[in-house]
Design a protein around this ligand. Structure first.
Ligand code: 8NA
Ligand code: MG
Ligand code: MG
Length: 345
């Protein structure tokens, strides 16, 4: 494919932070009128003039741990990453972590721990978490390694430190795959993009653990594949309402109800939409649309932002948005180092 340019790496990592910071405003809201979204986005210019900056949440806090671990170890190291998650949580526990994952992060801070995957396995009576906390921090794996099989492997392991249910870690695999393909320009052909994701996830979800978890949770045989097919159907429709997107794909904290949604946001916003100013870049449309869905807006906008940022590049991001988001400058610097690591691998 097309060589993965630096602008795409920067766009991906910075837009993920922006999605988290800007999306935090509507987290948990049941309905978000488009006027409220536009009002929030138009106000971002003024944010630095006295309202202070928008703080990042768990999504970015954990993404930063992944980035720093990958860079300092020049590769995936589960012990180093687990240690960073635990340290970050104890330094800033108020970043809005999911209520279950806090138990894992506390256990991971114990010096006696030898199997760093065990605390995650103990979650939810041994079933493991299916939350989107593994997926929300998966983008850096796609930005660190060019090899698709390796991206799948480390995205899965990175998520399993907190999410041992296959519906949790496979959401992270899907998110990393979407960023990987976007980085290579695959969104130029949206139908092929979704077909490639389906092909990859068919293999991922044919594993015994995935089939078993899907059965236990009474989901489709291959839940993420089923959602990707729904995305394809929605793409072929001339008009899709927000309500239909929510009922078909979801907007919740489960990976299954948010990763496919984030992917749809990106695909839907490739074309100009009448709800947004003509001056908006595709990336601005994607973030705005993610917020309008309500629900887990910070995480959906974070994941959609990473995929869209890898497609449009840093130039599509307004400076005024970058200025008002905590951690956006750090993300830009880190993206340059990930770009170096990617081309060394
Ligand atoms: P998690 O592992 O605690 O999962 C999130 C939630 O999903 C849990 O608290 C449960 O309610 C539910 N859940 C997950 N797995 C199971 C299961 N097997 N059985 C029953 N219920 C289950 O945390 P996470 O890291 O996955 O959470 C990520 C989300 O939490 C992100 O969206 C992030 O932004 C954050 N979040 C925070 C708030 C907040 O109020 N601060 C609200 C929504 C989300
Ligand atoms: Mg969050
Ligand atoms: Mg969230």
């Amino acid at each position: 494919g097309v060589p993965a340019s630096l602008s795409r790496f920067r766009g991906a990592l910075v837009a993920a932070v922006l999605g988290d910071c800007i999306g935090g405003e509507f987290e948990g809201a049941e309905e978000v009128p488009m006027e409220s979204v536009m009002q929030h986005l138009n106000g971002l210019d003024d944010e630095t003039k006295g309202n202070g900056i928008l703080e990042y949440s768990d999504d970015t806090a954990m993404t930063r741990c992944v980035v720093q671990s990958l860079l300092s170890r020049a590769g995936f190291d589960e012990h180093d990453l687990a240690h960073r998650f635990a340290k970050e949580y104890s330094a800033s526990p108020g970043r809005g972590y999911g209520s279950g994952v806090v138990q894992v992060l506390k256990k991971l801070s114990s010096p006696q721990i030898n199997d760093v995957y065990q605390p995650a396995r103990d979650q939810f009576n041994g079933r493991g978490s299916f939350g989107n906390g593994g997926a929300m921090r998966a983008a850096p794996f796609a930005l660190a390694f060019p090899d698709l099989a390796h991206v799948k492997k480390v995205a899965r392991l990175g998520a399993m430190l907190t999410h041992s249910c296959s519906l949790g870690y496979n959401g992270a695999v899907l998110q990393a795959l979407a960023v990987h393909l976007s980085l290579q320009g695959a969104l130029a052909l949206p139908h092929q993009f979704i077909s490639r994701l389906i092909t990859e996830m068919e293999e991922v979800e044919s594993e015994e653990a995935a089939l078993r978890d899907a059965r236990i949770l009474k989901e489709a045989e291959k839940p993420f594949c089923e959602r990707l097919h729904r995305i394809r159907d929605l793409m072929d429709r001339s008009k899709v309402s927000i309500e239909e997107v929510i009922s078909e794909l979801g907007n919740g904290i489960a990976a299954l109800h948010s990763v496919p949604t984030a992917i749809f946001c990106v695909l839907h916003c490739l074309q100009p939409q009448e709800s947004f100013p003509e001056s908006y870049s595709g990336l601005e449309r994607t973030i705005a649309y993610s917020l309008a869905l309500g629900g887990d807006t910070d995480t959906i906008a974070c994941m959609a932002g990473a995929i869209a940022g890898a497609h449009y590049g840093i130039e599509a991001i307004p400076q005024s948005w970058i200025r008002c988001c905590e951690g956006a400058d750090d993300a830009d610097v880190n993206a340059k180092w990930l770009h170096v690591l990617y081309h060394k691998s």
